[in-house]
Design a protein around this ligand. Structure first.
Ligand code: FES
Length: 107
């Protein structure tokens, strides 16, 4: 089972902002919206643009390449609901923001 990994300190991602962090061989986009943290695989499931550098609007991230919106809580594409970004577990633990990326091949 994978472990939580610290990617930032609480306060380093301002409200309404996002940042991508390398975690192992992947990049994880972490969002801070409404006082909560959300995380998605940074790789847009459409054509791979970075979601961690895309705009945040309400509870969605709007991909910078095609402008499709993805719900932060479940990764589902608002514009094409059959498309879904991978959600990543994220938590604030004390002063640290931590993510838990599934191990490759884990089910
Ligand atoms: S690459 Fe993100 S919507 Fe196309």
């Amino acid at each position: 089972m994978s472990e939580y990994v610290t990617v930032a300190k609480v306060g380093e991602i301002s409200e309404g902002r996002r940042t991508a962090f390398p975690v192992g061989d992947r990049d994880v986009a972490v969002f801070h919206v409404g006082g909560k943290y959300y995380a998605l695989d940074d790789f847009c499931p459409h054509m791979g643009a970075s979601l961690g550098t895309s705009g945040v609007y309400g509870d969605t991230v709007v991909c910078s390449r095609r402008m499709w919106a993805f719900n932060l809580s479940d990764g589902v594409c608002v514009d094409v609901p059959t498309l879904k970004g991978e959600t990543i577990e994220v938590r604030a633990q004390g002063s640290e923001i931590q993510v838990r990326v599934p191990e490759t091949g884990a089910s």
